[in-house]
Design a binder for this molecule. Sequence first.
Ligand code: UDP
Ligand code: MG
Length: 337
Amino acid sequence: MSNYAESRLLSLVVPFYNESEGLEAFFARVVPILEAIPRLPFEIVCVNDGSTDDTLARLVEVSRRDARVRVIDLTRNFGKEAALTAGIDEAMGDAVVPIDADLQDPPELIPTLVGHWRQGAEVVLAQRASRTTDSFLKRVTAAAYYRVHNKLSDLKIPENVGDFRLMDRAVVNALKQLPERHRFMKGLFAWVGFSTVIVRYERAPRSAGKSKFSGWRLWNLALEGITSFSSLPLRSWTYLGTFIAMLAFCYGMFIFGRTMILGVDVPGYASVLSLLLFFGGLQLVGLGVVGEYIGRIYDEAKGRPIYLVKRRYQERRPQVRATGNARVISLVAGKRS
Ligand code: UDP
Ligand code: MG
């Protein structure tokens, strides 16, 4: 390839939330792999998502030793999706790879992702070949989730694909144009499109520490995904309502006819009460679904930023040779505008 290809930069974006235990192991494994990729300087953008342990201190320590490591410290825990957004916003690379800090996404795959990118792919997805490292419950719920999501939504998200992927600068810029506060990253990644290549891999168990995604958090993530990309749950109430009204009308006609022929019939307390409760419950569910959407509209309308940065450590830019191309980052060490 041309000179231009040689002066490109790779950004690794890593969200850290209480990952102190596995932190050293992460850098020890990732850095040599990145160094071994020929003709591609790199930076590692670490986002500290309001960790309560000594993750930040350790990250700053690493960034002191290694100028290619930058640390973005958020003011509090904003959640993985926000942390990832922060990292992607800060990344300066021509290719950006989000990766988990717990080494569940094998960094050994990065050279392969880069290889496909160099051959012209704009997005290289890493797809889990199997979910054997997950619990049975997580496997079943994940499969069900993808099925439901892809049925309800026009936007199909590829199954068993996490945030681990490579994105070209063009894709990252497209992603930055999506202003929503409710960030279901998998969906947003899929929404922007671009030419995509899929690479399969085996996902490792967590290197240290434990998962931050409890069942409840995953449920909320699932709700986020569906409400962000489908309005079918809202619209379905129209159809359900119409259907029930039609049934009620038919039943009404039946009662009317029967009364005309057989006269008034008093019993029916149980059926009236159970129908009343059933429809009362149904209305509350409908209201709840509408509420889910209104709550999200409210959040979006407030227009608060997705995350807040407390401080950036290591402002020096990675050493990338300047060429005539405007996309290439200059040598300057200094403040971000
Ligand atoms: N993470 C984060 N903020 C959070 C929760 C998680 O930045 O509020 C990071 C975490 O440090 C890790 C990645 O997101 O680098 C994935 O988290 P985890 O391994 O807990 O998720 P799982 O692999 O169980 O889906
Ligand atoms: Mg993990």
